[in-house]
Design a protein around this ligand. Structure first.
Ligand code: ATP
Length: 212
C-alpha cells in the first residue's frame, strides 16, 4: 500500500476593476488576499488493484486530486494511462485498437462497443459517448499500472455509464490495474464496488471510505 499526501491551497487575489469594486461594496465582500485550502495534507492510501471512486460537487476539487495522485504515482515509477490524454486518428474504429482483429474486437467489447456498424466508422462520425468508449478501449489496451478517467462517463447516458463502469472495474480487477475515476455522479457505487470512495466537499472537507 502507498500513502499519497495531497496538499493544495491557492492564494486568491482579486483584480480590482470598477465592477468588481461595485460588487464588493454592494455585497460587503472583503478583497484582501486570502488563502483557500482545498486539501490540507490529506493522506490517501491506495493499493495496486484498488478501484478509487472520487465524487463531489462541481468545483469541489476532484480534478485536482486526480491530477495530484496521477503525478505522484508517475513520479514513483507507475505507468499511468489517462483517458483524457488519448488521441484518436482518422482511421476506422476497428483499426484504432489492438494488434489484430481479435484483439481489436476484444478491447472494444470490454469498453462496450460490439457493433459492426461502429467498427467501420471513423471517430469523427461517432457520438461523444461512442468516442468515449473507444478511448476507454485504448486505455485498457495500454500496458499501464493505473487507469485514470476524469469526468468519468459524463457523456454517457446513465444506463450505459453503469454498464461501462461495471465492465471496467471487472476488467481492471482481473488485470490487477488500479482504476481511479472522478465524477459528480454518485450513482455508480454498486457498479464500481469501490475499494476507496472519496467524497469531496467544499473547502478542505473530504470523506474517505475504505471498503470493509
Ligand atoms: N490555478 C488555480 N488557481 C486558483 N484556484 C484554482 C486553480 N485551479 C483550481 N482552482 C480551484 O480549485 C477548486 C477545485 O477545482 P477542480 O477542477 O479540482 O474541481 P472539480 O471538483 O474537478 O470540478 P468539476 O466537477 O467542475 O470539474 C475550484 O474551486 C477551482 O476554482
Amino acid at each position: 500500500m502507498t500513502v499519497y499526501t495531497i496538499d493544495r491551497r491557492f492564494k486568491t487575489s482579486v483584480e480590482r476593476t470598477p465592477r468588481v469594486l461595485e460588487v464588493a461594496e454592494s455585497f460587503g465582500l472583503g478583497l484582501s488576499d486570502k488563502e483557500f485550502v482545498i486539501y490540507d495534507n490529506l493522506d490517501v492510501e491506495i493499493r495496486q488493484g484498488d478501484v478509487v471512486y472520487i465524487t463531489g460537487q462541481s468545483g469541489s476539487g476532484k480534478s485536482l486530486l486526480l491530477r495530484d495522485l496521477k503525478e505522484q504515482m508517475t513520479r514513483s515509477g507507475l505507468r499511468v494511462a489517462d483517458l483524457n490524454e488519448i488521441e484518436l486518428d482518422g482511421r476506422p474504429v476497428i483499426e484504432q485498437v489492438g494488434k489484430n482483429m481479435q484483439e481489436a474486437t476484444h478491447y472494444l467489447a470490454l469498453a462496450g462497443i460490439s457493433d459492426a456498424w461502429i467498427y467501420i466508422r471513423k471517430p469523427s462520425e461517432l457520438s461523444d459517448g461512442q468516442r468515449y468508449r473507444l478511448k476507454l478501449a485504448k486505455v485498457i489496451e495500454q500496458d499501464a499500472d493505473v487507469w485514470v478517467a476524469d469526468e468519468f462517463g459524463a457523456v454517457l447516458d446513465r444506463v450505459t455509464a453503469k454498464a461501462v463502469a461495471f465492465n471496467l472495474q471487472k476488467t481492471s480487477r482481473r488485470m490487477g490495474k488500479t482504476l481511479m475515476v472522478a465524477t459528480t455522479h454518485t450513482d455508480l457505487v454498486e457498479e464500481l464496488g469501490p475499494s476507496l470512495t472519496i467524497t469531496k466537499r467544499f473547502k478542505e472537507r473530504v470523506e474517505l471510505e475504505h471498503a470493509a
